[in-house]
Design a protein around this ligand. Structure first.
Ligand code: TSX
Ligand code: MN
Length: 647
């Protein structure tokens, strides 16, 4: 194998990796934590509280050595070398600093059924479903059972391995909207990925010296055969995988999986689940939303957020290439928004992340040229296919495949178009720095956040739901979020083409009782002087011919143009039973290639909406019951009455 990365001269990676042995690093100081050697990093950079957390973790997990991450280039090279040696990653010499990780085939996605929130009482975590109904708004675990789950898995789980201490900031280091976490993990893949997805390293430890609060996150890929460390390329323990959150203690514990959402604990576990509980306590919002900035032809810049369930093209919208002349979209984030009303009553948002952990299949020069310009440097790919010329391949990349190139699928088998299965795993990912996105917003790291003027909800709705409609007021908008549904995804555990409820696109990510979450959203109305307007979009309505009625992608800028005019309070709307839609000729379609039947795309079939509101009522009754605020039931009732009377 050619020497693809420069080995740091002072550090002998293979020595570091040998069980029970280590060599002096360039830090020159022998140090220990609970008798365990610190092979890299400076113990004195840890605050007493961080040191105590590391000590507890070391005592429990019994790693051979401790590595305190500084986020440096030297450290990253060491991690890459370690991963290359054991086969966790392979190089992708076609690109600059890109790597392919292939997981154990049993460890390819988040595992919702093994994800728990721990509170004293069940009611704090999940609404009580109706008798005989299985709740789908999260899983509760008691403190005693959480302790038991930890004690059954963690003691000695890092024997023969290195424990990495990963200091990370969600949000720009030092922003008043940011929060700090410490993740301990025995996975070099997790460290390298956290370095991309969060602000990681010494600067975070320095910030902690100023303000000490942090979220504790403990992660191990696990050890299936008790006590025996497997030197496999992707160690994991799928049978005993568990992801635990204890909001009262700002604690995350994850065992058995190295996969993204289960192991990069800053993302779903912290920024959404623990984040939403902190946000509730502190009076702000932690949401599963993209953030984008739009500049109109007059040069006016407006920021929006949008919450969509998976498979709706959230990353594509975050990097939109507008077809409307004179419009410009810039990206602040593609997955998570932390939002808080400032002293002026403006809602301000930060993207707590530092990278994109995007689904690869479907990403192409046709669907998202900006993403394709982002991901081919400094990127860790996971479970995509690779090509004989040292590149990557996934479903959707057909048009950029050179002749004579051979493909190896995500499992390592030769692949061609007649193989009958996808080359890349459908949930395969790119993990890439946000800063290298060519349309990253100039204010994406503004510590004050960007001012949000509109919030979009949406879903994949083949029938009945118009292209765009606007909420009549805040409470109606909150109802729209609570009533969100989408044609189901292939990414999670639930499969098949059914219209699934996914309120606020947060169903797998609530950190506390959904009924209380909705109450919190309603309460936000009184915090804001300049409340954002709320909209619902649907790019996916199909006509009688079974074809999509709206061309989507860049043409969505026409919908955004109308939203911006509404934000500006222009009188360009028409009231309907479900909300406000563009008035005649107010959705600008000039210069559009495709013909769009506006009457059909904005039609509101009475039978559909009667059934839809009945489904929503059944969902609310069976899943949330008394925990759903009465204002939301009232919104539903008023909607049903308008449907009855106006459609
Ligand atoms: O991301 C999508 N967006 C948002 C883009 C900013 N997708 C892909 C969804 C899967 C992740 C879309 N798919 C969008 C969309 O607006 N619309 C559609 C549906 C659609 C697909 C293909 C065509 C039209 C609509 N047309 C042709 O294939 C020619
Ligand atoms: Mn997401």
């Amino acid at each position: 194998m050619p020497e693809l990365i420069e080995t740091p001269k002072q550090i002998s990676a293979s020595c570091l990796h040998q069980q029970g042995k280590y060599k002096q690093t360039n830090f020159g100081l022998y140090s220990h934590i609970r008798g365990t050697n610190v092979s890299y990093g400076d113990v004195n950079s840890l605050t007493p509280a961080v040191k105590a957390f590391v000590e507890e973790s070391v005592a429990l997990c019994q790693p051979d050595q401790v590595h305190i991450c500084d986020g440096s280039e030297t450290e990253n090279k060491l991690l890459l070398k370690l991963m290359l040696e054991v086969g966790t990653i392979i190089p992708l010499p076609k690109y600059e600093n890109c790597w392919l990780a292939r997981t154990n085939p049993a460890d390819v996605a988040r595992v919702e059924s093994r994800t728990f929130i721990c509170t004293e009482t069940k009611e704090e975590t999940i609404p009580t479903p109706k008798e005989g109904v299985k709740g789908t708004l999260g899983n509760w675990i008691s403190p005693a059972d959480m302790d038991k789950a930890i004690n059954e898995r963690f003691p000695g789980c890092m024997k023969g391995r290195t424990m990495y201490v990963v200091p990370f900031s969600m949000g720009p280091v030092g922003s008043p909207l940011s929060k700090i976490g410490i993740e301990v993990t025995d996975s070099a893949y997790v460290v390298a990925s956290m370095r991309i997805m969060t602000r990681m390293g010494a600067a975070v430890l320095a910030e902690l010296q100023k303000q000490g609060d942090f979220v504790r996150a403990m992660h191990s890929v696990g050890t299936p055969a008790n006590g025996v460390v497997e030197r496999t390329a992707w160690p994991c323990d799928p049978e005993r995988t568990i992801i635990l959150h204890k909001p009262d203690a700002n604690l995350i514990v994850s065992y058995g999986s190295g996969y993204g959402g289960n192991s990069l604990l800053g993302k779903k576990c912290f920024a959404l689940r623990i984040g939403s509980t902190i946000a509730k306590r502190e009076g702000w919002l932690a949401e599963h939303m993209l953030i984008l900035g739009v500049t109109n032809p007059k040069g006016v810049k407006t920021y929006l957020t949008a919450a969509f369930p998976s498979a709706c093209g959230k990353t594509n919208l975050a990097m939109l290439n507008p077809s409307l002349p004179g419009f410009k979209v810039e990206c602040v984030g593609d997955d998570i928004a932390w939002m808080k009303f400032d002293a002026n009553g403006d809602l301000r948002a930060i993207n707590p992340e530092n990278g994109f952990f995007g689904v690869a299949p479907g990403t192409s020069v046709e669907t998202n040229p900006i993403a394709m310009k982002t991901v081919f440097k400094n990127t860790i790919f996971t479970n995509v296919a690779y090509t004989s010329d040292g590149g990557v391949y996934w479903e959707g990349m057909e048009s950029s495949l050179a002749d004579g190139v051979e493909i190896t699928d995500w499992l390592g088998n030769p692949w061609n178009k007649s193989s009958g299965k996808p080359a890349a795993h459908p949930n395969s990912r790119f993990c890439t720095p946000a800063a290298q996105c060519p349309i990253i917003d100039p204010a994406w790291e503004d510590p004050a956040g960007v001012p949000i003027s509109a919030i979009l909800f949406g879903g994949r709705r083949p029938a009945g739901v118009p292209l765009i409609y606007e909420a009549r007021n805040w409470a109606h908008g909150v109802f729209m979020g609570a009533a969100m549904r989408s044609e189901s995804t292939a990414a999670a555990e639930y499969k098949g083409k059914i219209i699934m409820h996914d309120p606020f696109a947060m169903r797998p990510f609530f950190g506390y009782n959904f009924g209380h979450y909705v109450q919190h959203w309603l309460s936000m109305e009184s915090h804001g002087k300049n409340l954002p307007k709320i909209f619902h979009v649907n790019w996916f309505r199909k006509g009688a011919d079974g074809k999509f009625m709206w061309p989507g992608y860049g043409e969505n800028s026409r919908v955004i143009d109308w939203i911006l005019r509404r934000v500006n309070n222009e009188d360009c709307f028409l009231d309907t039973a479900v909300g406000r839609i563009p008035a005649q000729n107010e959705l600008h379609l000039e210069g559009m290639k495709d013909q769009v039947d506006l009457t059909e795309i904005f039609s509101l079939p009475k039978d559909f909406w009667l059934k839809e509101t009945e489904d929503i009522k059944n969902y609310f009754d069976s899943q949330i019951g008394k925990d759903l605020p009465k204002e939301i039931y009232l919104e539903l009732k008023m909607l049903q009455e308008r449907i009855e009377n106006e459609l």
